[in-house]
Design a protein around this ligand. Structure first.
Ligand SMILES: [Ca+2]
Ligand SMILES: [Ca+2]
Ligand SMILES: [Ca+2]
Length: 285
């Protein structure tokens, strides 16, 4: 059992072990399709609580063997196949867009959606236990949308190609992941971030784009359907993911993950109807 749980935190194909697949049919609600608001990008005023992420070209993905080596620096059990969905490396071109500075908090969510589904309660903690559909609804209600998977990764990198947004090594006090204060058996005792579960948003240093908690705290729903082989197609120009699928991409790792799981290139997936206590979101425009 322990072995399986360890796998779960980085190996998306085993994600169902923590998040058992239900029998419900997944259907995308009408009107919740991707909308890129190009007009807004031309606006001079940066929307409150957001930052302009400049357009450009970057290399997304990773070499799975290298990710395994990063994992092995801090853990004994790391398999290369956990990281295969991040291959092959390929160039992506993005137009500019705005992204929320923080994960959506419980206070913000409750103001818009009335309810607060979170397990770990606190007004400035990120909302969790929201479905992908609820995340979409929230963003639409505030005039925004979810970021695409490519937009999310470029933003998380902070304009860099390093393994983590701050460099090539996992470090304490950079992000909230499963450190020594974490109550899971697979915690990485050599790190200390001070939070056993979720942390108030903005508790750690921002990345070079000024964004907070792109690494860890809660995973973040993005727009795209998940396909572990999607990168084989090497989509280049503002990629929007597979046309359809059964699972959505979640990004950035969380309080429950190994440090290797909070790399900007990590790809994990979940059923869009699931409410998970380590998955939240932020919006784009
Ligand atoms: Ca932690
Ligand atoms: Ca996050
Ligand atoms: Ca993965």
């Amino acid at each position: 059992m322990f072995k399986n749980l360890v796998f779960v935190i980085t190996f998306s194909a085993c994600f169902f072990l923590l998040v058992p697949a239900g029998s419900e049919e997944v259907k995308e609600k009408p009107g919740l399709s991707a909308k890129i608001n190009n007009a807004a990008i031309g606006a001079k005023q940066i929307p409150k609580g957001m930052v302009l992420i400049p357009g450009g070209e970057f290399i997304r993905g990773t070499v799975s063997k290298e990710a395994q080596n990063v994992c092995l620096k801090n853990n004994d059990h790391c398999k290369e196949k956990w990281f295969k969905d991040e291959e092959p490396l390929h160039s992506v071109k993005l137009s500019g867009y705005y992204l929320d500075l923080y994960e959506v908090t419980q206070k913000e969510y409750q103001r818009v959606m009335v309810n607060n589904p979170s397990e770990f309660k606190g007004s400035n903690l990120p909302v969790e236990r929201v479905t992908w559909y609820e995340a979409m609804e929230y963003c639409e209600k505030v005039g925004k949308r979810l970021p695409t998977e490519a937009e999310w990764e470029w933003a998380a990198r902070g304009g860099k190609q390093s393994t983590f947004a701050w460099g090539n090594e996992a470090e304490s006090n950079r992000a909230n992941f499963c450190d020594r204060s974490c109550d899971k058996r697979w915690k990485e005792k050599q790190f200390e971030d001070g939070y056993s579960h979720t942390a108030p948003v903005g508790s750690f240093p921002e990345n070079d784009f000024g964004l907070n908690d792109m690494a860890g705290n809660v995973y973040e729903w993005v727009m795209d359907w998940y396909d572990e082989d999607y990168y084989e197609k090497k989509p280049y120009d503002n990629p929007k993911g597979p046309e359809k699928g059964n699972r959505k991409v979640i990004r950035g790792g969380s309080w429950i993950n190994y440090s290797v799981g909070i790399r900007p290139s990590d790809r994990t997936d979940a059923k869009p109807t699931k409410k998970i206590n380590f998955v939240g979101f932020r919006c784009a425009l």
